[in-house]
Design a protein around this ligand. Structure first.
Ligand code: UD1
Ligand code: CA
Length: 495
């Protein structure tokens, strides 16, 4: 059990919480300040309301804004991941009418998320109240996050909630942007937050304020519904502004505070240009982290990573490689230039590419070699197997030490359904073979080059499935003789 008090007293360890508040843990645990805040926040229940009902008009796209991706992960997934990494157990995602794809993405990332539809777009407070049913379930804290601020860190969510644990009713994430244009301004007095003024409703003096509203807000659960329901639409845009929560809370004699962060963390994405800038920032961060973890990136600026790309020790990545979502690369693997990988596992000491493509479900065991112009999908390639040139291996198993000749294709699709190819260990598949699935090739078997294999091949057998070669001696010289005879006749005719 954790107690939060305003001054340190008696036994226990204390941490100073901003501003001049203290937290006491009854037993003197050796925790850092940050983990103390984390522990304190875990003891309180929290509902995160994620606003994603915007159309994102300025993206000029038929796709909802929050589904656009940074580092292979949708904006919404970035936000929901931060929420769940902060240990927040309950989330409600507010979507616009007909945005089924947004609901599906939310469920994919957080299967437990509750989905609410905001039928009309009438402002941020109106959007939060779309999730009224979830809020009424009564969490200690209600955290409002926008679906389009992908750089939020879990620790910041803890920091924002910390003042609620000490009795504040509203905590707002503030920042000082290079260009405050378009943001709500935070009107403060000492460490108290007095009001948030939207730019179009602000006086020139208020517009001169540098401290802006990052858009993330934490509300004390016991007051949240009362505060939200008092918000009206008496402003220039005739919208229900969430930002009015501050003045209303103060009117109710409740405490309201600001927690300041760096601009990068609350960067919102509204346009394709901002999306591209954010991608660049995130790629820089991911490359730096990979280099710091010991990955060799020969030309870091040409390698594209995903938020969840995982590398082992001594991995080498040559120039121009793209890592989509869910890729793991084990120790000692070398990814040669121009490879594209998505949802794939690369085993220890694998050699991949140049020009190889790993599609979802590709699993490469230790020492596997996948060479140029080879595509692998939904296939398990066991240790030491090789497919070095021009192949498609889909919906298959390739046993250890098997050699797949150049140009081999697993014909997995019959125009209607997908079928599997099972190739055993130490198999030799001759070049340019077509393995028509469902089909199996037993351990140690050989398949002659150019074969079309439609029936399973037993262990240690040789399979040949191609037209028999025919030789016609002298055929070509007879053809040439006939041709020159024809030309002489034509010339005689012309004369
Ligand atoms: C909002 C804040 C502003 C702050 C800025 C930070 C308000 C009134 N203003 O302004 O103080 O500086 O964010 O980026 O809150 N949304 C809905 N339904 C709605 C309206 C909005 O779901 O009816 C969602 C949007 O999809 C978006 C978020 O709420 O994710 C913010 O809305 P937006 O219109 O972008 O607010 P801003 O004008 O940027
Ligand atoms: Ca915005």
């Amino acid at each position: 059990m954790i107690y939060l008090i305003r001054a340190s007293r008696g036994r226990g360890a204390t941490w100073e919480l901003p501003p001049n508040r203290y937290m006491l843990l009854p037993r003197a645990a050796s925790l850092s300040y940050e983990s103390a805040v984390e522990v304190a926040m875990k003891a309180r229940s929290c509902l995160a309301v994620v606003l994603a009902a915007g159309e994102g008009t300025r993206m000029r796209s038929s796709q909802p804004k929050v589904l656009h991706a940074i580092a292979g992960r949708s904006l919404l997934a970035h936000v929901l991941t931060a929420v769940s990494d902060a240990g927040i157990a309950h989330s409600a995602v507010v979507i616009g009418p007909g945005q089924d794809a947004v609901a599906a993405e939310a469920k994919r990332v957080l299967p437990g998320a509750a989905i609410f539809v905001q039928k009309e777009r009438r402002g941020t407070a109106h959007a939060v109240l779309a999730a009224r049913a979830a809020i009424k379930r009564g969490a200690d804290d209600v955290l409002v996050v926008y679906g389009d601020t992908p750089f939020l860190r879990p620790a910041t969510l803890d920091r924002l909630r910390a003042p609620l644990a000490e009795g504040a009713a509203v905590a707002v994430l503030g920042f000082k942007p290079d260009d405050p244009g378009g943001y709500g301004r935070l009107i403060t007095s000492g460490d108290a937050l007095i009001a948030i003024r939207e730019e179009i409703d602000a006086s020139p003096n208020e517009r001169a304020i540098a401290l802006c509203n990052g858009g993330i807000m934490a509300l004390g659960g016991e007051h949240a519904v009362a505060i939200l329901e008092r918000i009206g639409d008496d402003n220039r845009k005739r919208e229900f502004y969430l930002t009015d929560a501050v003045e209303i809370a103060r009117d109710m004699r409740l405490r309201t505070v600001v927690v300041e962060v760096e601009e990068d963390e609350v960067r919102g994405i509204n346009t394709k240009a901002q999306l591209a800038e954010a991608e660049a920032v995130e790629q820089q961060r991911l490359r730096k982290a990979a280099l710091e973890a010991g990955v060799t990136l020969v030309a870091p600026e040409t390698v594209f990573l995903s938020a969840d790309t995982k590398f082992g020790k001594d991995v080498v990545v040559e120039p121009y490689v793209v890592f989509g979502e869910k890729v793991t690369v084990d120790d000692g693997a070398v990814i040669h230039s121009f490879c594209h990988l998505v949802n794939a596992q690369v085993g220890k000491s694998v050699s991949l590419g140049p020009f190889a493509r790993l599609r979802p479900g590709a699993w490469l065991g230790e020492d596997v070699h996948i060479g140029n112009f080879v595509e692998v999908k939904g296939a398990r390639i066991e240790a030491g197997a090789k497919a070095n040139h021009l192949s498609y291996i889909g919906d298959a198993v390739v046993g250890a030490k098997t050699n797949i000749g150049a140009g081999t294709i697993t014909c997995n699709y019959d125009g209607n359904a997908k079928h599997r190819t099972e190739i055993g260990r130490n198999v030799f598949i001759g070049s340019n073979s077509a393995l028509v699935a469902p089909v199996a090739v037993g351990d140690g078997a050989y398949v002659g080059a150019g074969s079309i294999i439609t029936e399973s091949v037993p262990k240690d057998a040789l399979a040949l499935g191609r037209g028999r070669q025919v030789i016609k001696e002298g055929w070509a010289s007879r053809l040439r003789a006939l041709k020159s005879l024809g030309k002489r006749k034509a010339r005689a005719h012309d004369r």
